[in-house]
Design a protein around this ligand. Structure first.
Ligand code: FE
Length: 296
């Protein structure tokens, strides 16, 4: 896009990722969600998994519940299989995305489909508004070929998973949150690859929270008066002043994701895989799970 007349948003806060383990012992880097205060409404959690060592992922995520939010799994390398209580089976391969809305409840497993080689990707949790927390669960497997990748004028590419990007005069729509089928949180999810020193610019709606996360290389968030570097594997939360973001790759080039969405402004009460608005709703979720009524 052309943001010559835009004010670009600054890098306001850095949340480093920490080493964590989830499921049956999958090693990952957790940034958002590593403590309950480290959220960015409506984003609840960001996990990056990335390893060549099968011992770090082979045990996978055996059956477990979710209620009240969406889980978005983006595979960069490797294969995982999703199975859920409804009998759905989804295969997630390199470049694919699974967008699951847990709604009132889902019980699923996410298990690796390989015993060697690299497994790399992200799992992002996005909150649902109170009015949608108890809707029926749904999910969508998005094959890599359904996700547009556009070359950038200054080199590199942008892949549009959710929302849309402007490249030159063209608007590139991702498969999720298209015009005419907007989600309440109106999410933008881009994966950007840049050669050394190249710049990427993207408009962001006023009032939407946004962050960047470089998973290869280092980036600089360039705001008018304060360019600020972001180290690899850390969430860089963008300040609210401005209507665009400008990111420059460091000397080794960079790969990063850019996320933005409309904050819900509702209370968040979380107990593990249940994210509701009140403690009573959490107690109900635990009771429903224990008595087999979570999913309906
Ligand atoms: Fe899960």
């Amino acid at each position: 896009m052309n943001v010559k007349n835009s004010v670009t948003r600054p890098l306001a806060r850095v949340i480093p990722s920490i080493s964590a383990s989830d499921g049956a012992g999958v090693k990952l880097r957790r940034s958002l969600g590593s403590t309950q205060n480290l959220r960015l409404d409506p984003f609840l959690m960001l996990d990056e998994f990335g390893t060549e060592n099968p011992d770090d992922y082979i045990a996978g995520f055996p059956p477990h519940p979710h209620r009240g939010f969406e889980t978005v799994t983006y595979m960069i390398d490797g294969r995982m299989q999703h199975r859920d209580h409804l009998g759905n089976v989804g295969d997630l391969g390199p470049g694919g995305v699974q967008w699951m809305s847990a709604g009132r409840g889902v019980i699923h497993s996410e298990m690796p489909q390989q015993d060697r080689g690299r497994m790399r990707g992200f799992q992002l949790w996005i909150n649902l508004p109170a009015a949608e927390k108890m809707k029926p669960a749904s999910y969508r497997d998005i094959r890599p070929e359904e996700i547009p990748v556009a070359p950038l004028p200054g080199g590199g590419t942008v892949k549009v998973i959710a929302g849309s990007a402007e490249v030159g005069d063209a608007r590139i729509d991702g498969p999720i949150n298209r015009a005419g089928a907007r989600l309440t949180t109106d999410p933008l999810y881009l994966d950007v690859t840049l050669p050394a020193g190249a710049v990427f610019e993207q408009a962001l709606p006023a009032g939407h929270n946004g962050f960047v996360y470089a998973y290869e290389g280092e980036i600089t968030v360039v705001a008018a008066d304060e360019p600020r570097e972001l180290p690899t594997q850390a969430v860089g939360i963008l300040g609210m002043a401005g209507d665009a973001v400008r990111v420059r790759a460091g000397a080794a080039g960079a790969r990063f994701i850019l996320l933005a969405a409309k904050p819900l402004g509702e209370p968040v009460v979380q107990y593990g895989p249940f994210v509701m608005n009140t403690r009573a709703e959490i107690e109900a979720a635990i009771g429903d799970y224990q008595s087999g009524r979570l999913t309906g």
